[in-house]
Design a protein around this ligand. Structure first.
Ligand SMILES: *Cc1c(COP(=O)(O)O)cnc(C)c1O
Length: 360
């Protein structure tokens, strides 16, 4: 278990927070913000309560006209879209690429209108999107670019960390993420000092001073104990990501000859931290059950494309030609993580091979 391998450091960091009796803000949060900004190749970081808040605060910081349109991929967790509506704007879904599951640049171009104010990209499963092409589209149309990096801590595009390409990048430290806290947590990163200040104020009741509020903001804090824990875990993150990459590469080479499986295809410019390792197969549900009966837990990210959710019926956007509609019934996330031994990994591969050998 990850905790046991760093128990002493974690326990000490928690004790230090308790002994300092600084439970809100303070140097532990400041330190983590500085460390995480540096880690993300970004100038600034604002700790917040979770990534859903981070998305909302990021959107609010631009002061878009009410009802402006924001483009978001159709295969993601609902937060990426929810934050748009919550901040008073209109969700416009874009299709994804079936090779690496990133938002499709061609699909984006067709959706831009004079009401479009921003694009939210999601580096889903840890695979960086085509950020060069998308940045060019954003620039050309003078719209903002927000990167949802909730699944992509440590992923890079042309050796630069995701989150540092757009106007703002957002991260989640939900326990199950690649860098996870012992509860909720999130962060906003940016290279823009004005956006940094705006986000910092929005999350802190719009104030510059204890009781001097320049506008109405909200409360969204990265908890001090969580920040202290995250500082410890950040030091170990690279080796955990390296382990994920070894497992992913082993899956890629061992499963490539099974023609009933579609593996992710990742361009050379993209260095993926493999938050998830997602395959596609027409026999998804059968394979999932078979693996479960062999004590292998798998996941589905996500079983229903966002555009098909009841929550988005009201949009009445015609997404019938989206590729995301066809793949959601085929996606399967294989086990991955630094906790997995070589034996665990070969066991998973072996069982998948057995399933497809027997499946005639
Ligand atoms: C987990 C996740 C979020 C939400 O993160 P929280 O910290 O739980 O609010 C947003 N976007 C994506 C892509 C996610 O995977």
């Amino acid at each position: 278990m990850q905790y046991l391998s760093i128990k002493k450091e974690i326990d000490e960091s928690i004790s230090k927070v308790i002994e300092s009796a600084t439970f809100i803000g303070g140097k532990f949060v400041d330190n983590f913000e500085n460390e995480f900004a540096k880690y993300c190749d970004s100038k600034f970081c604002v700790g917040v309560a979770n990534c859903t808040d981070a998305l909302e605060i990021a959107i609010e910081s631009f002061n878009f006209d009410k009802g402006s349109e924001i483009i978001v991929p159709s295969n993601s967790f609902i937060s990426s879209a929810e934050a748009i509506t919550r901040s008073g704007h209109k969700v416009v879904f874009s299709d994804i690429k079936t090779s690496d599951y990133g938002i499709c640049p061609e699909s984006i171009s067709k959706l831009i209108t004079d009401k479009t104010s921003a694009i939210i990209v999601v580096h889903l499963y840890g695979i960086p999107v085509d950020i060069d092409k998308i940045s060019a589209i954003a620039k050309k149309h003078k719209i903002k670019l927000i990167e949802d990096c909730a699944q992509a801590h440590g992923s890079t595009f042309n050796n630069k960390k995701v989150g540092s390409f757009g106007d703002i990048g957002v991260f989640s430290f939900y326990p199950g993420k690649t860098l996870g806290a012992f509860g909720d947590g999130g962060a906003i990163v940016t290279n823009n000092p004005d956006l940094y200040l705006k986000c910092k104020m929005i999350k802190n009741h719009g104030r510059i001073d204890k009781y001097n509020h320049l506008f109405e903001g909200r409360n969204s804090r990265l908890d001090t104990i969580q920040a202290a824990i995250l500082s410890v875990k950040l030091k170990h993150l690279q080796k955990w990501i390296d382990r994920r990459k070894i497992i992913a590469n082993c899956y890629l080479s061992s499963l490539k000859n099974i023609n009933r499986i579609v593996l992710p295809v990742i361009d050379d410019a993209k260095n993926c931290s493999f938050h998830l390792f997602v395959i596609r197969t027409n026999y998804r549900d059968e394979l999932k059950l078979f693996l479960e009966s062999n004590s292998i837990e798998t996941g589905i990210h996500y079983p229903i494309a966002l555009n098909k959710l009841k929550a988005y019926d009201y949009l009445k956007q015609d997404c019938s030609n989206f590729k995301s509609n066809e793949i959601d019934s085929k996606l399967l996330s294989l086990p991955i993580g630094e906790h997995m031994s070589d034996d665990d990994m070969y066991y998973v591969i072996d069982k998948i091979k057995t399933f497809f050998n027997d499946f005639k």
